[in-house]
Design a protein around this ligand. Structure first.
Ligand code: 5GP
Ligand code: ZN
Length: 117
């Protein structure tokens, strides 16, 4: 299912360009336009849901498929030893701006700003 007004659905359909780092029949990962770390990828499912709870309600298998993609990329790019962070912003307090469920994968340098209180 695609949502006509959704920019990430348009990226899946190739109507908006992206720099892809992983793709299979279900999952797409691409570089974030405004990176917050030297490596900043966005992992999405090709079928639209709006956030993680929506994904849990509609098709929780999508989590398995996305995290298999995260595993494949982080292992291929040797990010597992030094580590990486996975984030999914949900709703206004978290600062969600795109309402197609996505997982930020941040890596490539020490990631500060979490766990400081
Ligand atoms: P959120 O703020 O919803 O957690 O994350 C949305 C992310 O999507 C932001 O980090 C933003 O930089 C990224 N983004 C928004 N529009 C585009 C786009 O058209 N292409 C790419 N590659 N990233 C985008
Ligand atoms: Zn979408």
């Amino acid at each position: 299912m695609k949502n006509a007004d959704c920019i990430f659905c348009k990226i899946v359909e190739g109507k908006i360009p992206s720099t892809k780092v992983f793709e299979n029949d279900k999952v797409l990962a691409f570089k974030d336009l405004r990176p917050n770390a030297s490596i900043h990828y966005l992992f999405i499912h090709k079928n639209h849901t709006k956030d993680v709870n929506d994904m849990s309600s509609i098709d929780p298998q999508q989590f398995v498929e996305i995290f298999a993609g995260i595993k494949a990329v982080t292992e291929k790019e040797n990010l597992t030893e030094k580590g990486f962070r996975v984030v999914s912003n949900t709703g206004p307090n978290a600062g969600q701006t795109v309402f197609h469920t996505h997982f930020h994968v941040l890596a490539g340098e020490p990631l500060n700003g979490f766990g400081s209180r």
